[in-house]
Design a protein around this ligand. Structure first.
Ligand code: ASP
Ligand code: MG
Length: 407
């Protein structure tokens, strides 16, 4: 029978009792006749705690040392989970990312997996062992440890599933599946039985922290069917795949809120060719992902240029652009962390017009001001003040007929 890759996130392995229960789940899967490879995250909030300690010692820690530090979180989990399995009589072995053959590029803290060399994992499976792999980490071409970006264990799981030609790639969560919205923000959100890769991708990049977007991209490119489900429970979860049967009459499949965005404005830059190119080239070289970009109406040959970045990149943006403000001919640089992005996502938008209008109307009716807008074929996102983001999401969830009990 085929290989099952199972991934357990931080909250599923938060303490010793959780680890014991995860071990039972894993053992059940093996006893059902599958070869099992398990990818785990760091326990609970370990990664955040490690980041906190680093910042206390150094507000601008080196990326290499951060990777050295953060990769330890997952190593604690793999050793403890393997011990729990041994205690239950199972044959199991733990492996770090590098040991499991995860190779990456050289970009610390946001490394991309370049290859998986699965021979050692296969060899252990052939010996009847359950293989427990540390997520979120790999080895660079110069034999450095690199981490894959927050939530990167998801990508480890999908990459392994691809390399091992796994039959399933399951994600054990503390929620029963993918929801139309975060139930903590939108109480009337409901679970989806299935969702298309592209929709999941847009939701993930819109801030729905169900699966890391890079993991979904990887799954899409390799046709790996994902299953998001409750770690402890037997309810069927949400399948993420190419074709979604119930797609036809759902225009919007989900609403997402991302509060980790920040708005940066280059004030009064000269409205002439080349200015934007220069500014964004510097950001690209610093590996900063820019999300939305808006150039305001030109006034007397000058314009404000605003864009959004992840809040965690703000110190880097500051460092990168501050020295260049003069060179760009700008009058100054302004930062606003008090913003959030609210997005609606649905493949049904492709064949429907007027979705943007409906969205803006619902927000206007709630007196919510829109600061920036961006669209893709299947997504419309707006930037609003942080304190109205939840209300915006609830209004949109209702406006597009997603509330539980409807449709
Ligand atoms: N432990 C890492 C994080 O918290 C990676 C992961 O959990 O996937 O981001
Ligand atoms: Mg923010």
């Amino acid at each position: 029978m085929g290989v099952y890759v199972q991934k357990y996130g931080g909250s599923s392995v938060a303490d010793v009792a959780c680890l014991r229960r995860v071990a039972e789940r894993v053992l059940q899967t093996q006893r059902a006749g599958h070869d099992v490879v398990v990818v785990v995250s760091a326990m609970g909030d370990t990664t955040d705690e490690l980041i906190g300690m680093a910042r206390e010692l150094n507000p601008n820690p080196s990326d290499r040392e951060m990777d050295m530090l953060l990769s330890t979180g997952e190593q604690v989990s793999i050793a403890l989970l393997t011990m729990a399995l041994h205690a239950q009589g199972a044959e199991a072995v733990s492996m770090t990312g590098p040991q499991a053959g995860i190779r990456t590029d050289a970009v610390h803290r946001k490394a991309k997996i370049s290859a998986v060399e699965p021979e050692r994992v296969f060899a252990h499976l052939a010996q009847g062992r359950i293989v427990i792999v540390a997520g979120f980490q790999g080895l660079t071409p110069t034999a450095e440890i690199a981490t894959l970006g927050r939530g990167g264990s998801d990508t480890t799981a999908v990459a392994l599933a691809t390399a091992l030609k796994a039959e399933r790639c399951q994600f054990g969560k503390d929620v029963p599946g993918v929801f139309t919205a975060d139930p903590r923000i939108v109480p009337r959100a409901r679970k989806l039985a299935e969702i298309a890769y592209d929709e999941m991708l847009e939701l993930a990049s819109a801030g729905a922290d169900v699966l890391q977007s890079r993991a979904v991209e990887f799954a899409k490119n390799h046709g790996v069917v994902l299953e998001v489900r409750m770690t402890f429970g037997d309810e069927p979860g949400t399948l993420v795949r190419k074709e979604v049967t119930t797609m036809e009459d759902m225009i919007v499949r989900g609403v997402a809120v991302d509060t980790d965005e920040a708005k940066v404005t280059l004030l009064r830059v000269p409205d002439q060719p080349g200015v934007a190119a220069r500014g964004f080239k510097d950001l690209a070289q610093a590996h900063i992902n820019v999300d939305m970009i808006v150039q305001n109406v030109s006034e007397a040959g000058h314009t404000d240029l605003s864009f959004t970045v992840g809040e965690e990149d703000l110190p880097k943006v500051r460092a990168t652009l501050e020295g260049h403000v003069r060179e760009l001919g700008a009058q100054g640089l302004a930062f606003d962390e008090d913003v959030a992005k609210v997005s609606i996502v649905g493949a049904g938008m492709k064949s429907h017009s007027g979705v943007a209008f409906e969205m803006f109307e619902a927000l206007a009716a709630a007196g919510i001001n829109i600061e920036m807008i961006s669209t893709s074929e299947i997504k419309i996102a707006v930037i609003v003040k942080k304190n109205v983001a939840g209300e915006a999401a609830r209004r949109l969830h209702t406006a597009f007929g997603l509330d539980a009990g409807e449709g």
